[in-house]
Write a protein that binds this ligand. Structure first.
Ligand code: SF4
Length: 205
């Protein structure tokens, strides 16, 4: 059955309209200038994501901080520098992973992103995950783990454990900001990173 739409286009309603596959170009263009939640009003830059677009490993944090907002790149402040060190410990760097956040605009005063802000933004991240198609996802901190693994995720008890997220292996570790605030958590994170490293090595066996 054909329908003539308001704009004069004839659409065949018996068949799903064919959608061409997503692409990074399309995603960037769609996401640029997004104002789908209140965070868009106060950002300096939208922080899209960075890294290897075909990486085996993806790191997902909760949202940009001050430096990230100013520079338009995720994890470039003090927490980002620590993340670089954490990756280096297990032979990773920004050319080997893809890094993104649950929300792409900075929450005021670095508060946690609100549920409606996460809901408004997470579609961009789902499209990034589909394009990267990572084998392993590492969630940085409680907020990201709650959004993807389970709403009652307990970072203190469940960091370093493997979960299945839509067929991908997934683990949460402490957010680098938490490790800056509480260096006492670093030994546990070192163990988690070594667990991650073993899994990455197993991908290539
Ligand atoms: S946080 Fe996400 S949904 Fe909200 S304005 Fe920024 S890009 Fe859009």
């Amino acid at each position: 059955m054909d329908w003539i739409l308001e704009n004069g286009i004839i659409e065949d309603m018996d068949n799903e309209p064919e959608r061409s596959p997503d692409s990074w170009e399309r995603l960037r263009a769609d996401c640029a200038g997004c104002m789908s939640c209140e965070l868009g009003k106060t950002r300096t830059n939208l922080v899209f994501g960075v890294g290897n677009e075909r990486a085996d490993v993806m790191f997902i944090g909760e949202g940009p901080g001050e430096q990230e907002d100013l520079q338009g790149e995720p994890f470039v402040g003090p927490a980002g520098k620590l993340l670089d060190i954490m990756m280096e410990i297990i032979g990773l760097d920004r050319t080997k992973v893809y890094i993104a956040n649950i929300v792409k605009c900075r929450p005021p005063r670095n508060r946690d992103p609100l549920p409606d802000e996460q809901a408004a933004c997470i579609g961009w991240l789902h499209r990034q995950i589909a394009l990267v198609d990572p084998k392993i996802i590492v969630f940085l901190g409680r907020i990201a783990a709650m959004a993807f693994i389970k709403p009652d995720f307990r970072i203190t008890r469940e960091h370093g454990q493997w979960f299945d997220v839509n067929g991908r292996k997934a683990m949460a570790i402490y957010h680098p900001s938490a490790l800056l605030r509480d260096p006492g958590k670093r030994p546990e994170t070192f163990v988690d990173l070594k667990t991650l490293q073993r899994e990455i090595n197993a991908l290539h066996d």
